[in-house]
Design a protein around this ligand. Structure first.
Ligand code: ADP
Ligand code: MG
Length: 674
């Protein structure tokens, strides 16, 4: 791509730019003879002397060319016949006369002897070598002689002129022939010129086209050159990129080789790991088998432990003195240490009661009577909710293993039953009751057991039994405490399972859902409360959780209900009180409560004594709980005690009832396995 090297097309254009006139270029057309090589101007130059000569004859050429057929010869004799100044001969033809007249016209008309222009050929001959002097008038002979001489001269001159005229005619003919030839030649040349011009025009046009083409090609060339430059640039970039890629490729290849080496190492490792994994899987299966065996063994031992602890257990809990309450006298309640010393959890409680009536009879105040009680566990006023729950956690877990569990809170109103079961006010986690704690514990153990292939589901219900009527505490939108009428029915014909009609059974799987249920139950109780009648303390609240577990892999199923019961206040109506209309109602309530609580006692006794008839149906409470009492069931009773001296009578009643229960032993529990 050397810029100096120009294409042939550019050469053409260069020539065009020089603007050489084409007409000046010698024609390449073949001309006929060398004569035609001369231009028209030269031809005219040839003719010029002829013209010059003819000009001297005035317009003679004019008429000879315009009247070629005029008989030129005829004029000579006529002219010869003239002796003097010419006159128009009448007998001559119009053409001849015109020629003569024209000739004569060009000569100035004047005297008979025409004045000779100096230098002309027809100058009069000088006579005797000198101009004759003027003859006197009288010398007529001399004058005649002069005239003759002059005449002679004129004749000679005429002759000369005729000859000249002849010559001129010849020349004229030649000239005319030449003119004719030249005319033909001119026409030929004009034709040629026209053709050449046409060619020139065509050439110009072609040249124009070529110029346009050249411009176009130059433009394209420019574009192509730009493109070439761009491509060259791109090529450089690509080369650079290629170098980079080659470097990277080398790097990648190196890495690949390293990876391949590592891979082959890894493959060997994988193979050995696979073998190891297979061995581990076999071991795992074996361990799983063993784990299952161990789990079953754990359940068996757990149950044995629970049985050793007793299928009916009684815990006594004494609530603290609340702010504003009178401080009980020192030593009113004592919690003696167990056989293992103070480190042993307390199981005994001593209550000192001063009997004023006995004192007045003897006149001396009688010493307070000591009442000792022993339970599976005693919780003094300072015991926290967590401490209490710790003791029942294992029992709750029995429900997961398939043993029905029943936990009661028994005691007079205000002794702390609801606090123990549901928890204290304000949602403080520290004072959370047994129900939320038990459920949280169950959810977490169920989660652990899911690792061993167990799947658990929980369904909750919460009802209250007031005056032997059952009401759903989870009923949404309950108005004025009047929930739908609920009845305790068998789940199906021939089924042992009991269910409460119109009550909601809600699946739960997390703490929040349980919280929501407890909140709803509290709201329903608050609606039912009236100024005169603290109904919640006059009714039993039964929280039931139906637990269902399944081990799909082994086709095992287990399920048992967990019952958490907040019993109605166990206090008796003061027999000394006057019976007004309100008190009568209260009496009826109390009788109902007392009846159901004593039925509970009777049922437990009957179970303990293995009586053939257990009076479950004597109260709604025992009827509802019959599947969770006796047999394989495990029962725990909290007896809640007020620390106040004023409540000593009710406290003793509660402690006595609880002691009776504590003496009961219910037969060996059987897990509900299917
Ligand atoms: P009940 O349900 O037996 O009628 P509550 O559970 O309502 O009695 O308790 C009565 C009052 O005593 C409540 O204000 C409760 O907060 C409080 N209380 C009960 N037990 C305890 C305890 N262990 N610690 C602190 N306060 C308690
Ligand atoms: Mg209560």
């Amino acid at each position: 791509m050397e810029p100096q090297q120009r294409s042939p097309l550019l050469e053409v254009k260069g020539n065009l730019e020089l603007k050489r006139p084409l007409v000046k270029a010698p024609s390449r057309l073949p001309l006929p003879g060398s004569r035609f090589k001369r231009g028209l101007d030269q031809m005219e130059d040839v003719l010029e002397p002829e013209k010059k000569r003819t000009r001297g004859l005035g317009t003679a050429t004019k008429f000879t060319s315009s009247h070629p057929r005029a008989p030129a010869i005829t004029t000579v004799p006529q002219a010869q016949g003239q002796t003097t100044a010419p006159k128009v001969p009448k007998k001559t033809g119009p053409r001849c006369s015109t020629a003569v007249v024209t000739v004569l016209k060009n000569q100035k008309p004047g005297p008979a002897v025409p004045a000779q222009k100096p230098g002309t050929a027809a100058a009069p001959p000088k006579l005797g070598g000198k101009k004759p002097s003027k003859r006197p008038a009288w010398d007529l002979k001399g004058q005649l002689c002069d005239l003759n001489a002059e005449l002679k001269c004129c004749r000679e001159r005429t002759q000369t002129l005729d000859q000249e005229n002849q010559q001129l005619r010849v020349q004229l003919r030649e000239a005319q022939q030449q003119a004719t030839a030249l005319g033909a030649e001119r026409r030929t040349l004009e034709g040629e010129l026209t053709r050449v011009r046409a060619q020139a025009e065509q050439g110009q046009q072609e040249l124009g086209n070529l110029s346009a083409r050249v411009l176009e090609l130059e433009e394209r060339l420019g574009t192509q050159e730009g493109l070439v430059q761009e491509l060259q640039k791109e090529q450089l970039e690509l080369q650079e990129e290629r170098r980079e890629l080659a470097t990277r490729l080398e790097e990648q290849e190196r890495r690949l080789q390293a990876s391949e080496a590592a891979l082959s190492g890894s493959q060997a490792e994988v193979a050995s790991l696979r073998q190891e994994a297979a061995a581990q899987a076999a071991l795992l299966a074996e361990r799983g088998e063993r784990l299952h065996g161990l789990e079953m063994e754990r359940r068996r031992l757990h149950n044995q432990l629970q049985e050793l602890k007793g299928n009916i257990r009684v815990f006594c809990r004494v609530r603290p003195v609340l702010p504003g309450e009178p401080t009980p006298p020192p030593g009113f309640l004592l919690f003696p240490s167990g056989p293992g010393g103070p480190s042993d959890p307390p199981t005994h409680l001593s209550l000192f009661r001063s009997d004023e009536r006995r004192g007045t009879l003897s006149g001396v105040p009688a010493p307070p009577t000591r009442h000792d009680f022993s339970f599976d566990r005693v919780f003094p006023p300072g015991s926290g909710q967590d401490e209490v729950f710790e003791e029942i956690a294992m029992l709750v877990q029995s429900a997961l293993d398939g043993y029905p569990v029943c936990i009661f809170a028994y005691g007079q109103t205000g002794s702390g039953k609801t606090f123990t079961m549901e928890g204290g006010p304000g949602g403080d986690p520290q004072v959370e009751g047994l129900i939320p704690r038990a459920l949280r514990h169950l959810f977490s153990v169920a989660q652990e057991l899911s690792g061993q292939g167990w799947t658990y589901s929980f369904v909750a219900s919460y009802v209250e039994i007031y005056n032997e009527t059952v009401r759903d505490l989870l009923a949404p939108g309950t108005r004025k405490g009047q929930g739908g009428e609920c009845e305790i029915r068998r789940a199906g014909p021939g089924s042992e399972e009991l269910t409460v009609t119109n009550a909601r059974y809600i699946p739960v799987s997390c703490e929040k859902e349980v919280e929501a249920l407890l909140h709803l139950a509290r709201q329903n109780r608050a609606v039912a409360r009236t100024a005169q009648n603290e109904r919640s303390s006059r009714s039993h609240s039964v929280f039931q959780l139906q637990i269902s577990g399944e081990h799909a892999g082994r086709g095992l199923q287990c399920g048992a209900p967990l019952n958490l019961v907040d019993l109605a206040g166990s206090e008796r109506l003061d027999p000394g009180l006057a019976l007004g209309p309100g008190e009568r109602e209260r009496l009826r309530e109390t009788q109902a409560i007392n009846s159901s609580l004593s039925t509970l006692g009777l049922v437990i006794m009957a179970l303990s004594n293995k009586e053939s008839h257990v009076p479950y149906r004597n109260s709604k409470l025992t009827y509802l709980l019959q599947n969770s009492l006796g047999g394989s069931a495990k029962m725990l009773m909290f007896v809640n005690i007020s620390p106040l001296e004023e409540n000593v009578s009710e406290s003793l009643n509660s402690l006595r009832f609880a002691s009776k229960v504590n003496q009961c032993v219910i037969g060996t529990a059987q897990a509900n396995r299917k």
